[in-house]
Design a binder for this molecule. Structure first.
Ligand code: GLY
Length: 659
């Protein structure tokens, strides 16, 4: 089935639905696709609108939260009017009790102009009777509040439907098909879906689709029910205590939250989690101890390294990010919807939006962003006015992009077969490469030559390409790829979803299995990997791999480690001609002229390991290979002359004197 829409919002949580409604109200045609409308953080949240109680430091994030909180009253009225559903919006203030006396002169936990009042223990009863003995006072934030997030989710869904937003539930996204940095379709369990623009609002699951550092932070929660005819005065304020919060709803439920756990998508409530929640909540508000427990649940906050959301442009021209709202998704829905609709419809770009760009996570790595050409040898004979080949290359070339990530260097190297760790380290530096492939299995098993390897490379400067070397079947390769992703995470590359896929049953020629490679690639793409498959130079297979969503294709020049050069040139030329993804010539290159040849043919990158590692002087060979790659690329960009069957004199004969 093929369908076409103006804008597809991927994700049916509060962020996705709010954006869809805003876009629709501004005249766009919008579809929301979601796997489930209830599995995300929206349904699990407590619904606090609490920039101050959450103690968000002054800066762009507090500005964003504050602006969103100011939008809430009008935004809620609009949603309630359209949907006819009450959202339980309760701007009743939040009390933040503390157990430690505050130092004299403290003006408030947030350095901002927002109102905060310190309340002494003797006045606390005025705000909320029944607090625990250990409470010594508290901050009162009159402008914070709450909304019943589940009621709001229902209201948003109904409003979206009323407005004519198409809602498609049960859509499992298998991948985003991209060509030349444009998203062309969503590959889903319901067929391909097409739009002119896509919005990624998939919360904690976002990194499974694109390489952005958004990861699940699990929160366990529970609720109790205030008994009818309870003699205790009702809880009317949200209590935001140390490591716990207690949120009363108008219908007598009291929500208690929340743990904060780095356990991935591990499901379930645990006895340990419940114990911690109950102890903290009863310390803060002891009367809870007698209320019947009505529900326990858990959810996954979409956390980013700096705890700010990722909003606006992505690596793909027609795909916008709206994810990573961590603890503040309910609060940030109105401002996110407004900023994202502005951005997509190009009505204006709020100066706040660029602060939340995904690019902030990709700028801390000097080598990944600086041109490695700056390491190049200088040319003593070149006159100052003549640009060096390197700066010419910089002028003429663009960075190469793989799965949305840009690289200046077009040489990838490996870590295998070096005689010493030092030789490997020196060679990586000399090569100027930005991508190094690592055999996951060998690192995991500490195979000879791989002890301490993972730690020997500065992964803040080099992008890891875990590979599945040693895997003979698709199943093994899939398992090892998953381990590779964990390995990259452990080494600090949280967002790295790259895998070099090798399925090699043949030990003599080390030739890859095309069927196993295709099967494994399909599965890994579905799991959100950026798959770089190592293949024989088979143009049909390359095309099939591209169609299933691989990030590159990596045809071999000749068997691994053979140094036979590019014996598959004719097929590689066809692959290059047809490919929409980068082509990496992998394996067989023995000398720099062969690396140059691959690049002259139009390959996007080359991967060289053995020819460097086993050279007499590996780091010198690494540098020579880098120069071969640079020369080949520059020649490709310069445009070679056509090959002719006959001579063509280099000195024109016109005007010469006949004998
Ligand atoms: N917004 C509260 C939490 O994430 O636990």
């Amino acid at each position: 089935m093929k369908t076409s829409n103006d804008i597809i919002v991927i994700g049916g949580g509060i962020i996705g639905l709010s954006i869809a409604i805003d876009l629709k109200l501004r005249g766009a045609s919008v579809t929301v696709c979601a796997r489930s409308l209830q599995e995300g953080a929206t349904y699990a949240a407590a619904g606090m609108l609490a920039p101050q109680a959450e103690a968000i430091p002054a800066g762009p994030m507090l500005d964003l939260c504050w602006r969103s909180r100011s939008l809430y009253p009008d935004w809620i009225s609009k949603i309630e009017d359209i949907s006819g559903i009450s959202t339980g919006y309760w701007p009743g203030g939040i009390l933040a009790p503390v157990y430690e006396p505050i130092p004299p002169g403290t003006t408030g936990p947030t350095d901002s102009e927002l109102t905060a009042t310190w309340v002494d223990k003797c006045h606390l009863d005025l705000y909320q009777p029944g607090l625990g003995e250990a409470v010594v006072g508290g901050w009162w934030y009159p402008e914070d509040g709450q909304v019943d997030n589940r009621a709001l989710a229902n209201a948003l869904l109904k409003a979206a439907r009323e407005l004519g937003v198409e809602i498609r539930e049960g859509v499992i996204l298998e991948g985003i098909i991209q060509r030349q940095q444009q998203a062309v379709a969503l590959r889903t369990n319901q067929g391909e879906l097409h739009a002119s623009h896509y919005v990624l609002a998939t919360g904690a699951w976002s990194h499974q689709l694109l390489p952005i550092p958004v990861h699940p932070k699990k929160g366990q929660m529970l609720s109790v029910q205030v008994p009818v005819n309870s003699p205790v005065p009702p809880l009317t304020r949200v209590l935001f205590g140390p490591e716990t919060y207690i949120v009363p709803r108008r219908d007598g439920r009291i929500i208690i939250g929340a743990t904060s756990e780095d356990v991935g998508f591990t499901e379930g409530n645990t006895p340990g989690g419940m114990k911690v929640l109950l102890e903290r909540a009863m310390r803060l508000y002891p009367v809870l101890a007698d209320y019947p427990i009505s529900e326990c649940w858990w959810g996954y906050r979409p956390a980013t390294p700096d705890e700010w959301p990722v909003l606006g442009a992505s690596m793909t021209a027609n795909l916008t990010f709206a994810t990573g709202h961590y603890r503040n998704g309910i609060l940030l829905a109105p401002i996110t919807a407004s900023l994202i609709a502005d951005w997509i419809l190009q009505e204006n770009t709020d100066p706040l939006l660029p602060q939340f760009s995904y690019q902030r996570f990709f700028t801390s790595s000097p080598q990944l962003n600086a041109s490695p050409m700056s390491n190049s040898l200088t040319y003593a004979t070149a006159k100052p006015s003549v640009p060096s080949p390197d700066s010419l290359l910089e002028q003429l070339d663009q960075p190469v992009t793989i799965a949305g990530r840009s690289f200046q260097s077009r040489l990838m190297t490996g870590t295998g077969r070096y005689r010493t760790m030092e030789e490997m380290q020196d060679s990586i530096i000399a090569s100027g490469c930005e991508i190094v492939t690592v055999a996951v299995r060998r690192v995991q098993t500490n195979a000879p030559g791989h002890e301490g390897l993972a730690e020997a490379i500065d992964w803040s400067r080099i992008w890891m390409l875990p590979n599945t070397a040693g895997c003979q079947t698709a199943e093994e390769a899939i398992r090892v790829a998953r381990l590779g992703r964990e390995m990259a995470k452990l080494l600090g590359q949280e967002e790295n979803n790259f895998v070099k896929l090798e399925v090699i049953p043949d030990p003599k020629y080390l030739l890859p299995d095309p069927i196993g490679t295709l099967q494994a690639a399909e599965q890994l793409v579905k799991e959100g990997f950026a798959v770089l498959p190592y293949i024989n130079a088979d143009p049909m297979l390359a095309k099939r791999l591209e169609e299933v969503g691989c990030a590159t294709v990596m045809p071999l020049g000749s068997p691994i480690g053979s140094g036979q050069g590019i014996s598959t040139a004719a097929n590689i030329a066809i692959i290059i001609e047809n490919a929409q993804v980068p082509v990496v010539v992998d394996a067989g290159i023995g000398v720099p002229s062969e690396a140059a040849l691959a690049m002259e043919m139009g390959a996007d990158l080359v991967l060289i390991n053995s020819a460097i590692a086993l050279a007499k002087n590996p780091s010198a060979m690494a540098r020579a290979m880098a120069q071969g790659v640079e020369a080949g690329r520059l020649a490709y960009l310069a445009g070679r002359i056509p090959v002719k069957s006959a001579a063509s004199a280099s000195s024109p004969l016109t005007g010469t004197i006949a004998p």
